[in-house]
Design a protein. Structure first.
Length: 212
């Protein structure tokens, strides 16, 4: 007999942004509640899975962590298409990483689905104010311009990390309910419908904890 599904929604998210902004640290903090200050740059792509309870529904989040380095761009852009939500991450102490968000937006326009949910994330909010290069107001203004939610986070201090992932997942759940009202209204906490919209896994995907 087939195994009963243990979640109501399967949601695929993607982390993008310049190298060093803290994408992998945000994912480590969210999925494993850990942080390291040593920088181990991501090679290609990696992913982690975490199951969370949102508004009484079990949501399985499959979160893809891309390499920010330019040389991996061809590999990583292949993963945009299946993403239901994209976290655009910059470092609040690094002006260039913020300026580059517009380029990351262009990549999304080229490679992602039209209805993908986006959220802007200014990471490293724990850093001393003297090191800050991008004020909160500029982050908020950019997010408003592109009509996305905005959060400042700290993977190090564990500030707003759960909130970002929960917010984007909740927005996606609402969109799924709008497009598939029958499916979303059925199913309890233990085993409802698997709303696997646009979540196809590209070829050459990595293992859960490895990289390509
Ligand atoms: N102070 C502070 N440092 C952070 C934070 N998040 C990440 N870092 C540091 O920033 C460096 C880069 O973090 P990563 O998560 O590896 O960066 P990345 O965006 O995944 O980089 P790539 O994999 O190369 O694209 C590491 O030295 C981290 O310890 C944070 O919230 N606060
Ligand atoms: Mg990384």
């Amino acid at each position: 007999m087939a195994k009963r599904q243990d979640y109501d929604y399967l949601i695929k998210l993607l982390l993008i942004g310049d190298s060093g902004v803290g994408k992998s640290c945000l994912l480590m903090r969210f999925a494993e509640d850990s942080f390291t200050s040593s920088f181990i740059t991501t090679i290609g792509i990696d992913f982690k899975i975490k199951k969370v309870l949102i508004d009484g529904k079990w949501v399985k989040l499959q979160i893809w962590d891309t390499a920010g380095q330019e040389r991996f761009r061809t590999i990583t852009s292949a993963y945009y298409r299946g993403a239901m939500g994209i976290l655009l991450v910059y470092d609040v102490t690094d002006e260039a990483s913020f300026t580059n968000i517009r380029n990351w937006m262009k990549n999304i326009e080229q490679h992602a689905s039209d209805n993908v949910v986006k959220v802007l994330v200014g990471n490293k909010s724990d850093m001393d104010e003297s090191k800050r290069a991008v004020p909160y107001s500029r982050g908020q203004a950019l997010a408003d311009e592109f009509r996305m939610q905005f959060f400042e986070t700290s993977a190090k201090a564990n500030t707003n990390v759960d909130e970002v992932f929960q917010s984007v997942a909740r927005d996606i759940m609402l969109r799924l309910k709008d497009t598939q009202p029958d499916a979303a209204s059925s199913g309890g906490g233990g085993g409802g419908p698997n709303l696997r919209v646009g979540a196809a896994r590209p070829k050459a995907a990595s293992s859960k904890s490895g990289c390509c």
